[in-house]
Structure formats: structure tokens, C-alpha cells
Design a protein around this ligand. Structure first.
Ligand SMILES: [Zn+2]
Ligand SMILES: [Zn+2]
Length: 470
């Protein structure tokens, strides 16, 4: 069976807190519509719309309860927009992952069959711990005839300026022995979160190989690395841990990165899976929907467009970056590198100009691997440019890892500083804090999950060719 998790935007989190935190200190509840995001090994309930109670819909009297008219109205709203129904109630003053009281259990189990019948989706239950503003979540599965059991979430993610993660108390996912200086920097609470996240790294080339190394050393514990390319001789000046033997044997870049990560990891129970799937193929998208964070180390438009859709539709923040070198005729003119996070409320990769939507289809068709097609692109097209140096890749990979850590750690309370552009020649940094352009397609697909049909699955001709050549 797939694992279960829940996720929602900081906007939904604020609306829930506003409604569920009462001046009189009593418990309260509301229904929320959720949409499924189903990956290879995990199903995520993405909360989308609150269906707040009207007067007479519920009784607030210590232990809050609701009338069936409210439940039916909420189920109708959910069914109308193709979603399921979630019941969320508060435990004022509670801290960390709230458990179910027997009243809670009976209220949720008693509505599980009807919720499934009326919406086509299982009932989801959440509890807000009012004291720490954390959540617990479960989905109700039929164990046998007339008996329903909760399948508990392994985490609840809130995605805003920060990535805030609620988790049940579990085994330590850090090592005092191998991570002492790291833990001294931000404490065991942050380190436990870092050690619990599943992180996708798309592209294991010059930038991806260094990001994987940094994640393994920092204490991330669960990586999935995607790359369909093999190591070649011309990669050896930039790919960390790649050797002449790898190039001679056409070793998959993803496999090389995963093997090195396993040797260098500091997490007590480290796992790095790798795949030759592309981020636009069905298998690649499935694997990425299991992730809590994704690093984009691709430079092609089709891959970036797919990752951009995952960031908004599935609420999985995508940390993207890139390098652009300006060689010049007689004297190197400079270089710039960028790092930024695509996530709801932030400027997306298309609005940042990180890919040209007009070239996405050409990329899927394999045309960008065809020199004659590339030749006819304008001279300033980034697709014509592949100059790069190890230190530029090191700089951009460090900035991408720092952007992820900023979301998790929020140093001085700051989780979002906008998109960064670094200039080699001047040593300066530009920040872009703008949101998306009006009418941006990607902001519009926020929390659409699987029902939104994004990202769309495609054949990827270059990926097929690359795998076949091996
Ligand atoms: Zn309760
Ligand atoms: Zn946008």
C-alpha cells in the first residue's frame, strides 16, 4: 500500500488557524475539500477549499460536533469539484502530532463510508495542535466489512515562504556522531526534519552531482536521483565523483551520483534511489510526486516545464538554478548563475525566463539534440550555450542547497528572499522578489493535483536515444 501524506499552502494554513483558534479556548472544526496527488509510493491529500460551517451546522461545547446537514453540504461541494472531503478539528493548547480520542475516532470512522460513497474519495481527518500549530492527518481505509481504520500520514507539509513539516514522533533521523557541527548550527528539531524529507534531484550532471553530495553530507536521508544520460569524457572537468572508468563504461550519471552519496552520507539510515527516467515521462513524474522537495538541475525547457507544474499543482517546491558563461572574443566577459524556488506565491520558472514555452514541444520531440535545429535558434539562446566551469557549478549548487535550507531553517525568520542572480565579473547579486506575471498558467494550477492533468506525460525522444545507446 502507498504511504499517505497531506499538504496545503500557507494561505489555507492561515485560514484554518483563523477559524479553528477561538477566543473562548473551545475546540472547533471545519470541512475542507482535498484532491489526490498519487505518486509511485505515496498518496498525498492536497487541501484546496475550506467549506466553513454556517450557524447551526455545529455545536461548540468543549468537544465540538457537527450536524449531518453540514457533512452533506460539504460532500456536495467536494463532489462538484472532483475532490474528497477532509474533517479538521482543533485540540487547543496541544503540541506536536495530536492523536485521536475515542470520540474523534468514532466521529471519523462513522462518516468514512458515506464520505467515500458521496465523493468517490476516502475521508481524510486532520487535527490541529493549537499550542504548536502543527497538524496530524490520516486517511480512512476499509479494513473489512463495516470496519474502518485510519492510515496515518507520515507527514503534513505547509508550503509558503517556509516549508513547515509536522511529523509523528519517530526514531531519530540524525547522527550526533557524524553531524555534530551541523546540529550545533540549527538544533536537533531542524535536523530531524531534514532527515525525514524525501528529496528529488533531477539531473546528475555538473550541478546535480554536487547538490547530491551536499545533501548527503548535510544529513538528508532519502534521495531519488533522475538522469537518463551517461558519463562522457567531456563531463570529467565538472561532474563530482565521475572518473575515466565511468566515462569508458558509459556509466549512468544518476547511478554514479547515488553510489557516491551512499558512501558520503551522514544520515543513520540513508537511502538514494536512482532512475534513468526523464522528468516528462510517466515513471519520472510518479517518482517525483513522492518527493517533498525537488532540485531542478536540468537546462532544457520540457523538463523545466514539467517541474514547474509539479511545484504548483502538487505543492512540491522546486529549487532551480543555472549558469550562463559569456566567453567573449579575446577576453572572458563574465558569467552569471541563478538560484530560486518555484512554489505557490513565488515567481515561477516560466515567468523567471528559465525556459521558453515555445520550445517545450521541440524538446519533447528530440529536436534540441539536433545540431541543425539548434543552429537556427537566435545567437543569444541559452540552448546554444554550454560553456561551464567546475567552480560555477559549485557556486550554483551551493546556492540551490542554501535556498532549500532557507525554506526549512528560516534563519532570522526569513524563508524567502526572492530569486538570486550572481555576477562573476562584478561579484554582485541581484534579487527579484516579484510574483508571477498576471494570468500565469502555473499560479492558476496551484493545488490542482492530479485532477488538473499537470504535468502532462510525454515520450522523451532524447531520453529514449540516450538509454538505447548505453
Ligand atoms: Zn479531538
Ligand atoms: Zn509564472
Amino acid at each position: 500500500m502507498r504511504s499517505f501524506s497531506a499538504a496545503f499552502t500557507a494561505g489555507i494554513h492561515t485560514a484554518l488557524l483563523t477559524h479553528l483558534t477561538r477566543d473562548d479556548g473551545d475546540e472547533d472544526l471545519t470541512f475542507v475539500v482535498w484532491k489526490p496527488s498519487v505518486g509511485a509510493g505515496r498518496e498525498t491529500a492536497i487541501l484546496t477549499d475550506l467549506v466553513l460551517p454556517l450557524s447551526g451546522d455545529r455545536q461548540v461545547h468543549g468537544n465540538v460536533s457537527f450536524q449531518s446537514q453540514y457533512f452533506l453540504r460539504a460532500c456536495n461541494v467536494a463532489a462538484d469539484i472532483g475532490g474528497g472531503i477532509a474533517l479538521i478539528h482543533s485540540h487547543p493548547g496541544a503540541r506536536s502530532w495530536p492523536k485521536l480520542s475515542s470520540d474523534d475516532f468514532n466521529a471519523e470512522a462513522g462518516h468514512a463510508a458515506q464520505a467515500l460513497a458521496l465523493t468517490g474519495h476516502p475521508l481524510v481527518g486532520l487535527t490541529l495542535a493549537g499550542g504548536s500549530k502543527e497538524y496530524s492527518a490520516r486517511i480512512w481505509r476499509r479494513a473489512e466489512e463495516r470496519r474502518w481504520e485510519p492510515q496515518w500520514a507520515d507527514k503534513v507539509r505547509v508550503i509558503g515562504d517556509r516549508l513547515e513539516v509536522s511529523m509523528p514522533k519517530g526514531p531519530e533521523r540524525y547522527s550526533q556522531r557524524y553531524q555534530r557541527r551541523t546540529i550545533d548550527s540549527w538544533g536537533t528539531g531542524v535536523q530531524q526534519t531534514i532527515g525525514s524529507l524525501r528529496v528529488g534531484v533531477v539531473g546528475a550532471g555538473s550541478v546535480g552531482s554536487q547538490i547530491v553530495e551536499a545533501l548527503a553530507r548535510t544529513g538528508f536521508g532519502d534521495l531519488v536521483i533522475l538522469d537518463y544520460d551517461s558519463v562522457e569524457n567531456h563531463n570529467l572537468d565538472r561532474i563530482l565523483n565521475a572518473t575515466v572508468e565511468h566515462a569508458n563504461g558509459a556509466a549512468p550519471k544518476a547511478e554514479v551520483a547515488a553510489a557516491a552519496a551512499k558512501m558520503h552520507a551522514t544520515h543513520p539510515n540513508f537511502n538514494a534511489a536512482w532512475s534513468e527516467a526523464s522528468a516528462i515521462e510517466a515513471r519520472g513524474i510518479e517518482l517525483l510526486k513522492d518527493c517533498d522537495l525537488i532540485f531542478s538541475c536540468v537546462d532544457r525547457p520540457a523538463g523545466r516545464a514539467a517541474l514547474n507544474a509539479l511545484a504548483y499543482a502538487h505543492l512540491i517546491p522546486v529549487i532551480d538554478g543555472g549558469v550562463l558563461v559569456s566567453p567573449g572574443r579575446n577576453m572572458m566577459r563574465g558569467a552569471e548563475w541563478r538560484a530560486h524556488v518555484a512554489a505557490p506565491g513565488r515567481r515561477c520558472l516560466e515567468c523567471l525566463g528559465q525556459f521558453d514555452p515555445g520550445l517545450v514541444q521541440a524538446d519533447r520531440d528530440g529536436l534540441l539534440a539536433d545540431p541543425s535545429y539548434i543552429d537556427q535558434l537566435p545567437d543569444d539562446s541559452p540552448l546554444k550555450r554550454n560553456e561551464n566551469v567546475f567552480a560555477f557549478s559549485a557556486a550554483v549548487s551551493a546556492q540551490q542547497v542554501l535556498a532549500a535550507l532557507r525554506m526549512i531553517v528560516a534563519p532570522a525568520g526569513v524563508g524567502d528572499i526572492g530569486a538570486q542572480t550572481f555576477h562573476f565579473a562584478s561579484g554582485t547579486v541581484d534579487l527579484d522578489t516579484r510574483g508571477c506575471e498576471p494570468g500565469c498558467l502555473y499560479q492558476g494550477m496551484t493545488a490542482a493535483a492530479d485532477g488538473g492533468g499537470r504535468p502532462t506525460v510525454h515520450r522523451h525522444v532524447s531520453a529514449e536515444l540516450s538509454r538505447a545507446e548505453r
